[in-house]
Design a binder for this molecule. Sequence first.
Ligand code: NAD
Length: 431
Amino acid sequence: MKDFKTQKLIGLLKENKIKRFHLVYNQKTGKVEASHNVLQNLADFINQDTRDFEEHEGMFFQLTDKYDVLQGAFVHRTKRGQAAGGVRFWQYDNVEDFLRDGMRLGKGMTHKNAMAGLWWGGGKGVMVHNPKFDKNDKDYREYVYTEYGKLLTSLKGCYVTAEDVGTSVEDMANIYKTTRFTTCIPENLGGSGNPSEPTSRGVLSGMEAALAFLGETIEGKTVAVQGMGHVAEPLIYHLFSKNVGKVIASDINADVVKAVKERFADKNLVARVTEIGDDSILFEECDVLAPCAVGAILNDNTIPKIKARIICGAANNQLENHDKHDKALVEKGILYVPDFLTNRMGIVNCANEQYGYVNNDDFIERHLEKEWDFSVYKSTLFVLKEAKETGEGVSKVAIRQATDLSMQLHPIFGHRSQKIIDSLVAVKWFE
Ligand code: NAD
């Protein structure tokens, strides 16, 4: 499937005059079926995949009339509610990478939402940027995102989108022009605003739980932070508020480093600018390592050199190879707090926008406190405890717990989004 180029698929769709198509899981046959015979090879590829595919309920696609942008809505599991997760705008050279990213990220949202106790299912949007056009062109983006909104409207609410990598606040405003099935709309339209500050507090909660698991507190500890952006900066602030001994931080952007250094000039912050590829921050002598920049940094090259006792950060998908590196961390005696547990506040922040806002909202704050069973703190403790008992990787245990939770039916609507999917198939949605 790696040989099947995205542009070739787009050509095939145009040749066959296909504007929309779907790949939907048939519960009776236990197989994914394509809406069009000519696309059955995509369904076949998914059916034989055991890594990223996990009975995803439905995957829906459209090709835009202008600019030839392929847009996907990947609905993983909706027992807890409508599939919720952001939309990513990225360049994909081949169809396999595109499908895999959508399936993997959709499944990840099922885990994140369930573990956070949200009554949402999991899903993800992925759109393939057409390299013939300038990604920053205003008209291009406006068109792409308003068309994406139309796709969501046509899907009748089985997937509700949000912001993600490559998608900005203005893009969300464009989606909102053509659909109600979105969260994370701009604040001036009633949205919840930037979630980075609560995300940083989620990370802090995860660290505190891991330290409590070891019978310690964060006071006086040394924390190394990779990246000094929107999450890391408030994280550094909260760390100093908790009287950590020292923060070591790095960023590839000199302006960012300068600004953060100035802000914390009176604190014990050692910050440096690093080149891309310089991962030396990961190998600092410290108690806690907080990856807050990019994913896949826990891998064969880095894990042997990490000296931290705990890893807990905001970056998505920190383990390069899920099973292998999860185990490698256990073997090295490092406590890893899975990213989808600590960085949930992005989705938590915007998940309930339609219910309005109150100050110090309990629906937000309870995730960051220690009492609630679904709080970051308690979930982290549950996961670490079970992992210790079974000797398994922490991430493996977390996914098992999240999967169990994702099977619970929404208390009011039950498995309604599955009914939506069934009705889309019944009326030949793609026509
Ligand atoms: P950001 O873009 O504001 O900050 C990331 C920073 O990392 C940037 O300043 C960038 O220059 C720096 N960086 C990039 N590569 C680096 C490298 N190799 N070494 C050191 N620094 C590097 O992003 P953010 O909003 O702070 O998010 C940080 C991470 O957390 C991302 O992986 C993001 O996907 C994830 N995340 C964020 C949120 C949120 O609420 N913002 C929610 C969930 C997950």
